[in-house]
Design a protein around this ligand. Structure first.
Ligand SMILES: [Zn+2]
Length: 218
């Protein structure tokens, strides 16, 4: 009985990771949240613009940052530095949208410098090597600033825009491939804009119909 010579296994295709959006198309949630923190907004169901003071209490500030899922919780002494960070972030983004040179990022950099990075070597199943850099921060403010710096470092300023709805001046980052996003959000701005357009169209149609029926008296 002879041993069957072992043959090399047929080559298997190496699974390819799902295509990731380019760095420029990835969202910049921390930057947008801070930049919009001091802007007036019109939530759904509210007729007039309102300005919420997110820095009046820890609870209000935590509600602002909650969607970002920070690892650390904001402390009571963080409110004023957070307000300064929001003001500076807004000034930087406003300059980017206007095509101006952004102001110095003094508050942002002071906080971001408190974060530190570690680097490890990662070996993938196919044997390829990558250097994995991770950032660590001991406070919510340092973590937030570190994220904003990362987002600013990779964004495409042309994708940073104000909402096209006249009654809204919130900033958004267009992550669409076609770069044609117009509203900061579908609800309420996209929805309201379509409703207004429909009213204008149907109103114009009714005006035309009523003009045709009755003679115009001046
Ligand atoms: Zn809007």
């Amino acid at each position: 009985m002879s041993a069957t010579p072992s043959r090399p296994a047929p080559a298997q295709p190496i699974p390819q990771p799902a295509a990731q959006p380019t760095p420029q198309r990835r969202p910049v949630p921390a930057l947008i949240a801070l930049s919009n923190a001091t802007r007036a907004r019109r939530p759904a169901g509210v007729r007039r613009q309102i300005t919420v003071d997110h820095f009046v209490s820890c609870g209000a500030a935590r509600a602002l940052l909650e969607p970002l899922g920070l690892a650390h919780e904001l402390a009571a002494g963080d409110l004023e530095p957070l307000r300064a960070l929001a003001d500076e972030t807004r000034a930087i983004t406003d300059a980017l949208v206007a095509g101006r040179r952004p102001p110095a990022a003094t508050a942002l950099n002071r906080l971001a410098e408190q974060a530190r990075a570690t680097q490890t070597l990662q070996v993938a199943p196919d044997g390829s090597l990558t250097a994995d850099i991770r950032w660590h921060a001991d406070t919510a403010l340092a973590e937030l600033a570190c994220r904003i710096v990362t987002e600013l470092g990779r964004l495409d300023p042309a994708r940073l825009r104000y909402c096209a709805r006249e009654a809204c001046d919130l900033l958004f980052y267009d992550t669409t491939r076609s770069r044609n996003q117009r509203w900061h959000s579908e609800s309420p701005c996209g929805l309201r804009e379509r409703q207004d357009r429909w009213r204008r169209m149907t109103g114009a149609a009714e005006d035309t119909a009523s003009t045709a029926e009755k003679p115009v008296t001046v």
